[in-house]
Design a protein around this ligand. Structure first.
Ligand code: IPE
Ligand code: IPE
Ligand code: MG
Length: 250
C-alpha cells in the first residue's frame, strides 16, 4: 500500500479488554495487560508503514467512574508502559503527545507523561497521541469557554466565530481530523471520542476484541479504507471529476 493511500490520521478506540479476559475466566486486568502489548505492536507498525498521526483512545473522562481498583490498575499500567516504551518511541522516531484532562492523572503518571512528551519532542516521524482522561464534549466545552472569554473581553465579535476558530480552540488543534476511526469489540458508538473532529471520518467497527486485534486485521482494514469513496457532501460524479470541479461547486 502506498503512503498516499494510507489515512493521514488513524484513530483507534481500543475496546474489549475486559470481555477478552472474562471469556478466559480471568480478571479484567489481564485483558488490559494484553491490550497494552497489542497497542505497542500497533504503534510500531503504524510508524513503520508511514502513518503520520495515530491517536489511541486509552482512557475516557467517563472511565473514571469504573471501580477504583480497575482505575488504579490502569493508571499504574499506563505509567509503567510509558516508562518502558520511551526507548521504543525514540528508536522509531515517534513524537508523543496527549489530549484530555491530564491534570486528573495521578502525579506519578503525569510525570511519566510529561517526560515522554519532553524526550520525544525532537522526533520527526509519526505523531502518537494518547487520549487520556479524554472526552469530546469536555474538549468542546473548554473551547467554547475560551471563545466566550475572548468575546467578553471585547477581543472578538460573536459574528467572527466560525468553524476554524472553534477547531483552533480545541485542545487537539494540532491534529488533522481523523480520516479513519477503528473501534474494536463490535460496539457501534463513539463513546465521547473526537466528536467534533469525526464529522467526516470513515468508521470501521470490528467484532474482534482489542487484545485479539492483529497486524493482519489492521492491514485489511487499511485496505478497505483505500477502497472507500469519501464524498464530503458532494456527488460521486463531482468527486470523480477531481478537485478543480469540486472547488468550482463551493
Ligand atoms: C477498553 O476495554 C479499555 C478501556 C476502556 C480502558 P474495556 O475495559 O472497556 O473492555 P470491555 O469493553 O469491558 O470488554
Ligand atoms: C471507550 O470504551 C473508551 C476507551 C476505549 C478508552 P468504553 O468501554 O469506556 O466505552 P463504553 O462505556 O462501552 O461506551
Ligand atoms: Mg469497553
Amino acid at each position: 500500500m502506498t503512503a498516499a493511500k494510507l489515512p493521514r490520521h488513524l484513530a483507534i478506540i481500543m475496546d474489549g479488554n475486559g470481555r477478552w479476559a472474562e471469556l478466559r475466566r480471568r480478571d479484567r486486568t489481564f485483558g488490559h495487560l494484553k491490550g497494552a502489548r497489542v497497542a505497542k505492536e500497533m504503534i510500531e507498525h503504524c510508524a513503520q508503514i508511514g502513518i503520520e498521526y495515530l491517536t489511541l483512545y486509552a482512557f475516557s473522562s467517563e472511565n473514571w467512574l469504573r471501580p477504583r481498583t480497575e482505575v488504579t490498575f490502569l493508571m499504574k499500567l499506563l505509567g509503567r508502559h510509558l516508562r518502558k516504551e520511551r526507548r521504543t518511541l525514540m528508536k522509531n522516531n515517534i513524537r508523543f503527545s496527549v489530549i484530555g484532562d491530564i491534570e486528573r492523572l495521578p502525579g506519578a503518571v503525569l510525570e511519566e507523561v510529561s517526560l515522554t512528551i519532553e524526550e520525544t519532542r525532537i522526533n520527526t516521524g509519526m505523531n502518537l497521541v494518547f487520549a487520556l482522561s479524554y472526552g469530546g464534549r469536555q474538549e468542546i466545552t473548554a473551547a467554547v469557554r475560551n471563545i466566550a472569554r475572548a468575546v467578553a473581553a471585547g477581543e472578538i465579535q460573536p459574528e467572527e466565530i466560525d468553524e476554524s476558530m472553534i477547531a483552533a480552540n480545541l485542545q487537539s488543534s494540532f491534529l488533522p481530523d481523523p480520516d479513519l476511526i477503528i473501534r474494536t469489540s463490535g460496539e457501534y458508538r463513539l463513546s465521547n471520542f473526537l466528536l467534533w473532529q469525526a464529522a467526516y471520518s470513515e468508521l470501521c467497527i470490528t467484532k474482534t476484541l482489542w487484545p485479539d486485534f492483529s497486524l493482519d486485521e489492521l492491514t485489511q482494514t487499511l485496505q478497505q479504507f483505500t477502497s472507500r469513496e469519501r464524498r464530503f457532501g458532494r456527488t460521486a460524479e463531482q468527486v470523480r471529476q477531481g478537485p478543480t470541479s469540486q472547488q468550482a461547486m463551493v
